[in-house]
Design a protein around this ligand. Sequence first.
Ligand code: IYR
Length: 223
Amino acid sequence: MHGQPYQPVPYRPSRMSADESLVRARELRERMDERRTVRMFAPDPVPEQVVLDAIAVANTAPSGAHQQPWTFVLVQDPEVRRRIREAAEEEERLSYSGRLGEEWLSALRPLGTDENKPHITDAPHLVVVFQQRFALRPDGSSYKHYYVDESVGIAVGMLITALHLSGLAALVHTPSPMRFLSEVLGRPRNEKAFAVIPVGYPAPDAVVPDLVRKTLDQVVVRV
Ligand code: IYR
């Protein structure tokens, strides 16, 4: 793809009627409003194919120069999971005991988060998303990637949407700093950790913060 000439092909999807769009959009809006970030997972198994299909959806995300600058690492090895949890909790202990600062800590207070990250070892699946800051060819040469943060952010949005619509809960967890993930997972030097995403069913006794979403009027401006 990189450096190839422009060779477009026809795109003729069948058009949905406006009435059907209205029905589908309303249904989707209601379904997505049920999504909640979950921090307490049931240990029950989830077929890996559901997660792979959701990653395949994420892989359809638009990206800068269609470079798809993402890698999804599925971490199954319990020992690797344990090491990730240990390192994340060590960093978070420093964060919550002062590194974040009072303003950040008070923003987090209503969410009830703390330095304990049991979801890293306990959710049936763990997806660690890496952004490829640049492309690295097998011969060691490289070329630039564009709009990497935006591209990976969109892909992760599509991933959690796909997981939710497939009946699963997820958490976009960003331990900070995340450098340890590259070491533990042996990722190449062009990749930088973006998020740790445990996936599964909510625990039967799961609780979530009592959040209220902004209304459409609060987020839409018409010009
Ligand atoms: N990374 C920490 C803190 C944290 C930060 C934000 I912004 C959140 O929305 C939630 C947590 C943690 O994962 O606990």
